[in-house]
Write a protein that binds this ligand. Structure first.
Ligand code: PEP
Ligand code: MN
Length: 340
């Protein structure tokens, strides 16, 4: 349950209600960055105490939660959240694009890839240094050296960087290199040990949906991150595994309107890992923005045929530019701005 207090209720009045609940062994959470005091109530409230709350003039409304989620529930904030990644704001009213190679492949090519992404109009630079590959014989990424190459390229072009973390023991290297956003890959969405371990780093997180993750499970993972110290979560739909083998995955755009009701978190779409083929990405990217996505993440490469991972879905510079041009149009159509 989530309690909305009357706008302007003083902090000590809100605290008095929390103390009353905590005195009965009921855990509570205070929502932040909201003008109206909002309190999440974690545990079940007995009927007698509930009647007391209902009669409390300081409390304006009561909101039910889906299951045990509190912090990611739409009602836990007054307005949808904006997540800041470096100088880029991801959230309502704006459309952002993240682009770059699937893997960081070397200093020079990373610079070239960053230049192309920047010139095309992308805001955030991506590139994997630790790669979750299906085969142990495939390129696994350059590790710490890759973090360094990615961050150098990002700094050179004044772009914040996002990159996947696969093991909490690697976190200090991500912090040392000033990585601006941590990506939790689809394969690790429910690696709860890692979610708990990285949430306290103070770095915003891009949480990809698992290959077979339900919306409910996905939001529980976001709740883990929030509860363990990182409310700055951006959800990323990247296609789910269905019975259809004709495409790599099936892009589930149905989550876009649904998640607007269920959560205040921003959501971006990765059409590349969904469809897996570069020439099919453009219409899916446009549809994602038209359906209300706060942004896109795609893979781009100066020479896609040479990419060391996901080469079939790597966009050429002109293809990336076309996708970004569409995103500008679609953003304007539904009254939003393409991020400066
Ligand atoms: C990636 O971003 O390169 C990646 C591996 O994505 P996902 O976890 O969605 O498969
Ligand atoms: Mn990839």
């Amino acid at each position: 349950m989530i309690l909305h207090f009357i706008q302007g209720t003083a902090n000590d009045q809100v605290q008095a209600v929390r103390d009353r609940l905590e005195g009965e062994g009921i855990r509570t959470l205070l929502s932040t960055e909201t003008a109206r005091p909002i309190v999440g109530v974690i545990d079940k409230v007995a009927d007698g105490l509930m009647a007391e709350l209902k009669a409390d003039p300081r409390i304006e409304s009561f909101h039910a939660c889906r299951g045990d989620k509190r912090m990611v529930e739409r009602a836990f904030r007054e307005k949808p959240m904006t997540v800041k990644v470096g100088n880029v704001e991801i959230g309502p009213g704006k459309v952002v694009v993240m682009a770059g190679p699937c893997s960081v492949e070397g200093r020079e090519i990373m610079m070239d890839a960053a230049r192309l992404a920047k010139d095309a109009g992308a805001h955030v630079l991506r590139g994997g240094a630790y790669k979750p590959r299906t085969s142990p014989y495939s390129f696994q990424g350059f590790g710490v050296e890759g973090l360094d190459q990615l961050k150098s390229a990002g700094e050179h072009f004044n772009m914040p960087v996002v990159t996947e973390i696969m093991d909490a023991s690697h976190l200090p290297a991500f912090v040392d290199h000033g990585i601006d956003m941590l990506q939790i890959g689809a394969r690790n969405m429910q690696n709860f040990t890692m979610l708990k371990a990285i949430a306290g780093a103070g770095i915003p997180i891009l949480l990809k949906r698992a290959l077979s993750g339900t919306v409910d499970e996905w939001l529980y993972s976001a709740e883990y991150l929030s509860a363990f110290g990182c409310p700055q979560v951006v959800l990323c739909e990247r296609g789910i595994r269905t019975y259809e083998p004709a495409t790599r995955n099936t892009l589930d755009l149905t989550v876009l309107p649904l998640l607007r009701e269920w959560t205040h978190l921003p959501i971006i779409v990765d059409p590349a890992h969904a469809v897996g083929v570069a020439r099919y990405i453009r219409p899916l990217a446009a549809a994602s923005v038209a359906a209300g996505a706060d942004g896109l993440i795609v893979e781009s490469h100066p020479r896609p045929e040479e990419a060391r991972s996901d080469k079939d879905q790597a966009l050429l510079p002109n293809e990336l530019a076309a996708i970004i041009a569409d995103a500008r149009v679609q953003a304007a159509v539904n009254g939003r701005q393409f991020h400066a």
